[in-house]
Design a protein around this ligand. Structure first.
Ligand code: ATP
Length: 286
């Protein structure tokens, strides 16, 4: 039997700030971070199937197609919770680099919650989807919400913020693997320079691009950069070629630059193309 398809976009996020406040008794780190979505997205389609399974189809060889895939986990969670008897086929067209600090997997999970909600007419609110998303991963609630937000707790307590002023985002991911867990474990609370989160919030509220660029900050950046010199090399190249504000996203290794002018964005993009295999120049999502 032929079924209708549902389509969802899963945008990547970048961290404008990322602070780690302390390690909690439950093992999670208490964080405070500003995240925003960018115009670099995976594309997912959802279809009912007659067998009682969740199937993931993806051409990307780095993406698992079983229970390790966060989209699979999201579909299975809704299927079990709402006692859905039919199956779901998810086609995943991957554009966000994998294991990059851009929350690709979390965004796929969020898109799956939205997609399955529509496919099976579950009528869950955005808030309810965020709560279910928190069971899958700390970044999933933000990815359900989208836009720009201040995230606290382990990332699930969200306050919406104005999106950054319109600008370009040039991203470069060196060809190295970083384990988020390892990087968080290396945070040394006796020697930490916290980002000025409140100043960055103010910059967003007043739409002050210069101040936003001056107040980007990520406590994980020196840790990842000390383990992988490519991170510092990309950062310095972006700064030298005119990036207005340069930062590593998440636990890395992707480094991005906010750029107001298109010609500068092109210059940075071109200077990194020979150096890095994965380079993107995209717009901020508003
Ligand atoms: P975060 O910033 O939340 O730590 P990330 O961008 O660093 O995320 P992901 O791209 O989400 O990392 O991938 C991390 C790992 O998760 C990959 O190595 C991959 O095996 C696994 N994974 C599970 N589901 C997905 C998915 N849908 N897309 C990509 N990777 C996935």
């Amino acid at each position: 039997m032929k079924h209708d398809m549902i389509y969802e976009k899963a945008p990547a996020k970048i961290n404008l700030t990322l602070d780690v406040l302390h390690k909690r008794d439950d093992g999670y780190h208490e964080v405070e971070m500003i995240m925003t979505t960018i115009d670099l997205a995976d594309r997912l389609s959802f279809e009912k199937i007659d067998s009682n399974k969740v199937e993931i189809a993806s051409e990307n060889r780095f993406v698992p197609n079983d229970q390790r895939n966060l989209a699979y986990q999201a579909a299975t969670l809704l299927k079990e919770r709402f006692n859905i008897k039919q199956g779901i086929r998810i086609h995943l067209d991957k554009n966000i680099p994998v294991a990059a600090g851009l929350a690709g997997g979390s965004s796929d999970a969020a898109a799956t919650l939205r997609g399955v909600n529509r496919l099976y007419d579950l009528r869950l609110t955005n808030q309810e989807l965020q709560e279910i998303g928190a069971e899958i991963g700390s970044d999933v609630p933000f990815c359900v919400m989208g836009g720009t937000a201040l995230a606290k707790g382990r990332g699930e307590r969200l306050t919406a913020l104005p999106s950054p002023p319109a600008c370009w985002v040039v991203l470069a991911k060196p060809n190295i693997g970083v384990s988020t867990k390892d990087i968080y474990e290396k945070v040394d609370f006796t020697n930490i320079t916290h980002p000025k989160t409140q100043a960055a919030v103010k910059a967003l509220e007043s739409q002050d691009f210069k101040s936003l660029c001056e107040n980007l900050g990520n406590v994980l950046e020196p840790i990842t950069a000390s383990m992988h010199r490519e991170v510092a090399q990309i950062k310095s190249r972006m700064e030298k070629t005119g990036g207005d504000g340069v930062l590593m996203s998440g636990s890395g290794p992707t480094v991005y630059s906010l750029v107001a002018k298109e010609e500068k964005a092109n210059r940075i993009y071109n200077s990194l193309r020979g150096f890095c295999s994965e380079v993107y120049a995209v717009r901020m999502l508003r």
